[in-house]
Design a binder for this molecule. Structure first.
Ligand SMILES: NC(=O)c1ccc[n+]([C@@H]2O[C@H](COP(=O)([O-])OP(=O)(O)OC[C@H]3O[C@@H](n4cnc5c(N)ncnc54)[C@H](OP(=O)(O)O)[C@@H]3O)[C@@H](O)[C@H]2O)c1
Length: 320
């Protein structure tokens, strides 16, 4: 089979596309043929050697895809060849075939296409756990999302708006600002010099997946407010003095989606809750940007450039 792979960590130039050995499934696995593979920021960290990646020779990146079941292991019940499936935490996904432990496989409802599932999957489940496990806001709470029109940002903003919170955020361009307003945000700040003046101690919760913005997040959160820190899209955060945090009775909550996707039950309940927002029309998303798997380097460059809006998907070349 063909895959996007690399043998050393580094810039996007380490990525190669070519023939690798196909996976063999064990008794409790299903073989999945991805239609759409999700590209995520964590894949950039992994390619750089900054984040855990499955040991494999060569390295094959990617943990998220949606597609169809091509084969099932001897012990597998309740799955059939041809079933449509999503997974968000299975390694070696940048390939034409992926061996998926049955506990990690999420069955798709009839109304959710494999394209939609891959578009919302990992980022949607992230937005869901940030909102419902970490932030735990009440209706009318004032919340702020840095990079509100990013992949996680768009989903999080719409989930929080649907849950009754008053959602604000920041963006780098006017196009992104218009998108966030269209998706229901109350206030969207274009990051021009001085944009944050006047926002000191304003928000009950600040969602920070940017990293470098952590000191600002603590500043614009209220006394007794919360900062939900969940990623480093603009680099590692500077060190924070916890005595300052204590002095304002603030909370810094952090989390990794994988610590919440700990069983088949968790995966299915959480994805059902996410798909419910979609089926009730509470989440509207733009079209994802699609690259052939063989053009993975261009896809990584695009994600790293900061020009992308929303999800980037890779499509195995035979399907594109
Ligand atoms: N903890 C978890 O389990 C988990 C799971 C999934 C993702 N994540 C993290 O979530 C974050 C977002 O991921 P994503 O997939 O949504 O990526 P994405 O679509 O590329 O979004 C990243 C956003 O960061 C914003 N940004 C970059 N530099 C910024 C700055 N200096 N100030 C303010 N905003 C800035 C960008 O907004 P502008 O374009 O407006 O600049 C962009 O919208 C990443 O850090 C990722 O690692 C965490």
């Amino acid at each position: 089979m063909k895959a996007l792979f690399f043998t050393e960590f580094g810039t996007s130039s380490v990525l190669k596309y070519g023939e690798v050995g196909a996976p063999h499934i064990s008794d409790n696995q299903i073989l999945v043929k991805p239609d759409y593979i999700g590209l995520n920021f964590a894949d950039i960290y992994r390619r750089r050697g900054d984040y855990h990646i499955e040991k494999h020779d060569p390295y094959i990146n990617g943990y998220e895809a949606a597609g169809t079941v091509a084969d099932i292991g001897n012990q597998v019940r309740n799955w059939h060849v041809g079933d449509r499936v999503l997974f968000v935490d299975v390694p070696l996904a940048n390939a034409e075939l992926v061996a998926v432990p049955v506990d990690n496989a999420i069955k798709l409802p009839a109304k959710v296409s494999t394209k939609l599932a891959a578009t919302i999957g990992l980022q949607g489940l992230t937005a869901d756990f940030l909102a419902h496990d970490l932030a735990l806001n009440k209706p009318e709470d004032q919340v702020f999302i840095h990079g509100i029109s990013g992949g996680v940002g768009q989903l999080l903003a719409q989930i929080l708006t649907a849950d009754g919170m008053r959602v604000s955020g920041s963006v780098s361009t006017e196009t992104k600002r218009q998108l966030a307003i269209k998706q229901g945000a109350a206030h969207v700040y274009l990051r021009k010099p001085g944009w944050q003046h006047g926002l000191k101690a304003t928000f009950d919760t600040v969602f920070d997946g940017v990293g470098s913005t952590l000191p600002l997040s603590l500043k614009i959160a209220k006394r007794k407010g919360k900062v939900v820190f969940f990623g480093m899209a603009d680099g590692n955060p500077p060190r924070i003095d916890l005595l300052d945090v204590l002095g304002r009775s603030q909370t810094i909550a952090t989390g990794d989606l994988w610590d919440y996707l700990t069983s088949a039950t968790e995966r299915n309940q959480r994805s059902a809750r996410l798909f419910d927002y979609i089926s009730r029309g509470l989440i509207q998303l733009g079209e994802p940007t699609i690259f052939p798997l063989s053009q993975g380097k261009r896809a990584h460059d695009f994600l790293e450039s900061g020009r992308s809006i929303g999800k980037i998907l890779l499509v195995p070349d035979k399907n594109s």
